[in-house]
Structures are given as structure tokens and as C-alpha cells.
Design a binder for this molecule. Structure first.
Ligand SMILES: O=C(O)COP(=O)(O)O
Ligand SMILES: [Mg+2]
Length: 235
């Protein structure tokens, strides 16, 4: 009789599981809010709370800063360009001071990997910063590919499906699902024809049920069972 410990794991529910980064795999809100506040302080603006910055995250650092400036009195394009640089420099220097995986994330990735799934990141963060952050947390080796908001060139970040198609190509093709916390993620995943899962614990701009995802998870313990529900019964 085969001992339980040496039984092979059942096949993964999908060949590829793609994840958004900020608000999905990692709670980056503390370090991103600090970077926004560094930029705001440089022009005498008041600081925003982490809670106020959270819904500004998901469309890239420039869009986040533009919302932060709008919330504290507006700003012209030249100032936004200058402060964007300042924000990125500060963020890069403090990229993993406060950032942590969401509870249960590592265990869920371990389960998927043990079952043979390829795991990927598709973020609207600049690719170099996404890599630096994942390196700092010792997570890079887990991902078959890491695609950033600039990887596919200007105008091709999520909600464009192009970075999702790139993920599928780099992962070698197969069945896939996408997990995210913003409308950009759900739209990009759907436009690429993938089942989508929304994270209720993410940086939401609206009630999670309004994102239009195929399923919602309240925590990482629900991820693998939810993927299994979607997977074709023949697998
Ligand atoms: O807004 C960002 O910088 C990136 O956000 P994302 O990882 O949720 O795509
Ligand atoms: Mg996100």
C-alpha cells in the first residue's frame, strides 16, 4: 500500500494561474502610501491615510499619484511628471519596508506548484519594480514569468488583454485563470477569455461583487477550491 505521504498530488485545476501583484498577492499599500506622501510633502500637500491611497492603486504609480494630487488640490502635467520620478525613487528605496504577502498566499502558491501549475504575475507596476519587490521578499523563483505595466510598451497595460496573452505565451500555453483585485484585472482576464477571480481583501474601488468576476474569494484558503470548481470536469 502506498503511504499517504508519497501519493502524487492531484493535477492542478489549471495549467497556468496568473496573479495581479498589488492588492492580490501582496499588501503593498503601506509602502505605496509612503511614496505618495513623500511626493505630496515635497510640494507642501497634506499626507493621505493608507486607507485613502488604497483605492488609488492598480493603474500604475502615475495614475495613483495623479489621484493623490487631485485629492489634495490638483496638479499640472509637468509637476506630475516631476513628482512621479520622485515617488518612484522613494518607492524603490523602500520597496519592501512594510509590504507583506496576504495571509495564506504562500501556502496557496505552494499547493498550486506542488500540483504542477505554472504561476505568473501580470501587474501594472513597472516590471523592474515588480521584480525588485519580489526579489526582496524572496518570491521571484516561484513565478514562470513576471509581466509589468511597461513590458508590452505604452498603452498596453491591463485592462488590455495583451499582457495576459504574453503571460500565456511565456508560460507555454494551456488552460489558465486570472486572479486580481481591480476592474483592470477582471477586464483584462475576460478580454483574454480566461475565468477570473476577484479578491475581496484587495484594494477595491467599488464593491467586489460589481467587478464582474466569475468568482470572489475572501481569503487564500478559498483559492484552490474556487479554481477547482471552474476546472473542466474531465481533468
Ligand atoms: O498600481 C500599480 O502600481 C500596480 O497595481 P497592480 O499590481 O494591482 O496591477
Ligand atoms: Mg491590484
Amino acid at each position: 500500500m502506498t503511504p499517504i505521504s508519497s501519493r502524487p498530488s492531484p493535477a492542478a485545476p489549471f495549467d497556468i494561474v496568473g496573479f495581479d501583484l498589488d492588492g492580490t498577492l501582496l499588501d503593498t499599500s503601506g509602502d505605496l502610501a509612503a511614496a505618495v506622501n513623500h511626493a505630496l510633502a515635497s510640494v507642501g500637500r497634506p499626507a493621505l491615510s493608507v486607507e485613502a491611497v488604497r483605492p488609488m492603486i492598480g493603474g500604475g504609480a502615475r495614475a495613483m499619484l495623479a489621484q493623490g494630487m487631485a485629492a489634495t488640490g490638483g496638479c499640472d502635467a509637468a509637476t506630475l511628471d516631476r513628482l512621479h520620478r520622485l515617488l518612484l525613487d522613494h518607492y524603490e528605496a523602500h520597496i519592501a519596508d512594510l509590504t507583506r504577502p496576504f495571509p495564506g498566499m504562500i501556502a496557496a502558491l505552494d499547493t498550486l506548484a506542488a500540483r504542477g501549475a505554472r504561476i505568473a504575475v501580470v501587474t501594472n507596476k513597472l516590471e523592474a519594480l515588480a521584480r525588485k519587490l519580489l526579489d526582496a521578499l524572496g518570491l521571484t523563483a516561484r513565478f514562470a514569468c513576471i509581466i509589468g505595466g511597461d513590458t508590452m510598451g505604452p498603452g498596453n497595460a491591463k485592462p488590455s488583454p495583451k499582457p495576459i496573452y504574453e503571460m500565456l505565451a511565456r508560460c507555454g500555453g494551456g488552460t489558465a485563470a486570472f486572479v486580481g483585485d481591480s476592474l483592470f484585472d477582471i477586464r483584462a482576464g475576460q478580454a483574454a477569455g480566461l475565468p477570473t477571480i476577484a479578491c475581496a481583501f484587495g484594494f477595491l474601488t467599488q464593491p467586489v461583487g460589481e467587478l464582474g468576476a466569475d468568482a470572489v474569494i475572501d481569503g487564500y484558503a478559498e483559492l484552490v477550491p474556487t479554481l477547482e470548481r471552474f476546472a473542466s470536469p474531465s481533468r
